[in-house]
Write a protein that binds this ligand. Structure first.
Ligand code: CP
Length: 339
């Protein structure tokens, strides 16, 4: 392989320097780009016959999910496996949380087992930061209450970049649904604004209160108004588990005003990108045919999630930025098949 096919970093200031990944709010735009570029390099590995490389050999990753998850947990677990880390997954229902052990003590015990990283989902906002401030182990926030879900926003912005083949500057992006209780919305708002997109939040006023304007986004309570211009429509599930009171009259009324139906889809740009972090409620926030249609990137989001999470683990472990020419092979010490 010639040295021009891949390059080690040349600018130390552009190297990842955080122990943890807790939020998008605290990232610089170049750090988001760095994760995206690294994910592009790792995505190729996931299409190989042997999907395993030695980049994290000897490292230990613990998945600690105190809330349910399908996509995030599976893709962090697969990402760590594909990088040759040792991985274990703990659930609250079968851990000593059930016996009253505190989050701090759980973290200290996992650190005593030499865990290099903990990927944590928790129902309390700030839980990941709480542990990050008390442990040497790197903490990756896989969703904390309604606060942030940084890896979701990173995979969402990666998917937009990939589908449209361009950066996000000036793109009109609508996030529709339960913004109030959504950590995905908060992380995406930060990521999209940092990358230069024009963001509009759409939904009933009880779920999209005016206070969000302070972040620099637009607000609309009428989905029809934003459809003709939106390059991307990101739909969100109603977070029933976090709502303590009825915030709209009925699900039927919500669908009639904010569901992405076939009739509303006809008002959209022909190339509109339809996104959803999952799990989707077919027939509520999105019609089933649209979820499965050619404008939908819902499953691409899931596929990209693994490459993005490989990039996160790799960079947090001290991996050097990968600057790879399109189509060129990667550095062999990072990405040759693990033996
Ligand atoms: N998008 C997302 O976080 O999905 P899971 O809850 O299944 O992880």
């Amino acid at each position: 392989m010639s040295p021009t096919e891949y390059m080690a970093p040349t600018t130390p200031s552009r190297q990842w320097k955080h122990k943890d990944l807790l939020s998008i709010r605290t990232l610089e735009p170049w750090e988001i780009d760095l994760i995206h570029d690294t994910a592009s390099a790792f995505k190729e590995i996931n299409s190989r016959a042997i999907k395993k490389v030695p980049a994290l050999r000897g490292k230990t990753v613990v998945n600690l999910f105190v809330e349910p998850s399908t996509r995030t947990r599976a893709s962090f677990e697969l990402a760590a496996n594909r990088l040759s880390a040792d991985v274990i997954s703990l659930e609250s229902s079968s851990s000593s949380f059930k016996k009253g052990e505190t989050l701090k003590d759980t973290g200290l015990n996992l650190q005593a087992l030499n865990a290099d990283f903990m990927v944590m989902r928790h129902s309390c906002a700030g839980a990941a930061q709480f542990l990050a401030e008390r442990l040497r182990t790197g903490i990756i926030n896989a969703g904390d209450g309604a606060h942030e879900h940084p890896s979701q926003a990173l995979l969402d912005t990666f998917t937009i970049r990939e589908r449209l083949g361009r950066d996000l500057k000036g793109l009109k992006i609508a996030i529709c649904g339960d913004i109030m209780f959504s950590r995905v919305a908060r992380s995406n708002i930060w990521a999209l604004l940092k990358l230069g997109a024009d963001v509009t939040l759409v939904g009933p006023s009880t779920l999209v209160p005016p206070v969000f304007k302070k972040l620099g986004v637009n607000i609309s309570h009428k989905l029809e108004d934003i459809l003709p211009e939106a390059h991307v429509i990101m739909l969100l599930r109603i977070q029933h588990e976090r709502q303590r009171q009825a915030l709209f009259p009925s699900l039927g009324e919500y669908v009639s005003l904010f569901g992405l139906t076939a009739a509303r889809f006809r008002k959209c740009r022909p190339d509109v990108v339809i996104m959803h972090p999952g799990p989707i409620n077919r027939g509520v926030e999105i019609d089933s045919e649209l979820a499965d249609g050619v404008n939908s990137v819902i499953l691409e989001q899931v596929t990209n999630g693994m490459a993005v999470r490989m990039a996160i683990l790799y960079l947090l472990s001290g991996g050097q930025p990968l600057h790879v020419a399109p189509g060129a092979p990667l550095a062999p010490h990072i990405t040759s098949p693990a033996s």
